[in-house]
Design a protein around this ligand. Structure first.
Ligand code: PLP
Length: 393
């Protein structure tokens, strides 16, 4: 049996691998503190669950028509973008997808040919390089420095642009970095690419999850030129704790959305019809739960940041968005007798029963990712264990 070259070259998702290993240990009765999960630990808000139940009872159980999104869902997405992001889209510029992940994959498949280049700032979300490679294109990785909160600069991007550059990936707030570009920083990058024949993938999955005095600015809102060359991605997953529903959305230039919808119609036929209805409620209904969750994440971000910086060999930049801390743990490698983030994570899981995700999966090997989408008790316990294993400052 031959597995295609394309799939042989594909990396397993490291985040899912860590969760699976931690789950296997839990099954054996080991008390593992899991910092691996990239999903909120809250239930999906009740109004959204009720909307889904009502949709099921009303018989919305057939293929969605069109597959790229029922009209009410596309309208709800347009209203969300207008209300929250100052972006004017029409329903023909929008599609509903199987989570944010499908939207991003469809976009890569639609815009990248073999030999093309996509600029990818590291640390990056794990699926980006793999999705780009699946198109036969090349991820051109530029590294955000810890001293700049892992954010890349316009100069770094300018240097990476070649005649083969087709796409720039921009993700703020960031998974895994937990950082957020300020509006001025977004504008500076937007200005650089405004007159270039490059489509920006603005991954805004965590736009509502920002902390302290951060403000969020959508990339496409920077100028009409940027609007014309940006795809804006979002989903129910993180904002509304809907990871398992698999419902995302994307908006951008109509010809691109049309082409993506063509690919979707020949592959997944989109997400479950009742999830389109649930998304309408999520985006248009009561938003009180979102703020409650955001506040709780903010509290955890502060606590985790402070605890991690109290551990020997660990330094951690303050998370300003999403629900991840991304500490530099290289100062603890020697004490643990390890050389990189993979070994570090394995050792920490083995010896302290704490599951973290190795930074190498996100392009930076001196770091690990800890998700604080878990209870305060678990965060406290996990930090205690790490402190015990590595020592206190
Ligand atoms: N983009 C980023 C930055 C993410 O963190 C995730 C989920 O982890 C996704 C996209 C995909 O989201 P979804 O679960 O909606 O497919």
């Amino acid at each position: 049996m031959k597995i295609s070259q394309r799939i042989q070259e594909l990396e397993e998702s490291a985040t899912l691998a860590v969760s699976a290993k931690a789950a296997a240990m839990k099954k054996q009765g080991i008390n593992v503190v899991g910092f691996g999960a990239g999903e909120p630990d809250f239930p999906t808000p009740v109004n959204i669950r009720n909307a889904c139940k009502a949709a099921l009872d009303a018989g919305h159980t057939k293929y969605a028509s069109p597959a790229s999104g029922i009209p009410a869902a596309k309208e709800a997405v347009c209203s969300k973008f207008k209300r929250e992001n100052n972006l004017e889209y029409t329903p023909s510029q929008v599609m509903i997808t199987v989570g944010g992940k499908e939207a991003l994959y469809l976009a890569s498949m639609t815009l990248l040919d073999p030999g093309d280049e996509a600029i990818l700032p590291a640390p990056y979300w794990v699926s980006y390089p793999e999705q780009i490679k699946l198109c036969g294109a090349k991820p051109v990785i530029i590294e955000g420095k810890e001293s700049n909160n892992f954010k890349v600069t316009p100069e770094q991007i300018a240097k990476a642009i070649t005649p083969k550059t087709r796409v720039l990936i921009f993700n703020s707030p960031s998974n895994p970095g937990g950082f957020t570009y300020t509006p001025d920083e977004v504008r500076a990058i937007a200005k650089l690419v405004a007159d270039k024949d490059i489509i920006v993938f603005s991954d805004e999955m965590y736009d509502r999850l920002i902390y302290g005095n951060q403000r969020f600015l959508s990339f496409a809102a920077c100028s009409p030129e940027n609007y014309a060359r940006t795809l804006t991605f979002n989903a129910g997953s993180k904002t509304y704790s809907m990871t398992g529903w698999r419902v995302g959305y994307v908006a951008g230039p109509e010809p691109i959305i049309k082409a993506m919808a063509k690919l979707q119609s020949q592959t997944t036929s989109g997400t479950a019809t009742f999830c389109h209805h649930a998304l309408v409620e999520a985006l248009s209904g009561d938003q009180a739960e979102v703020e409650k969750m955001r506040k709780e994440f903010e509290r955890r971000a502060e606590y985790m940041h402070q605890r991690l910086n109290g551990i020997k060999g660990v330094t951690c930049v303050q998370p300003t968005g999403a629900f991840y801390a991304f500490p530099n743990v290289s100062g603890a490698f020697a004490a643990l007798g390890v050389k990189g983030s993979l070994d570090f994570s394995a050792k920490v899981l083995e010896q302290a029963h704490v599951a973290v995700v190795p930074g190498i999966a996100f392009g930076l090997d001196d770091y690990v990712r800890l998700s604080f989408a878990t209870s305060m008790e678990q965060i406290r316990e996990g930090c205690d264990r790490l402190e015990k294993l590595l020592g206190k400052i």
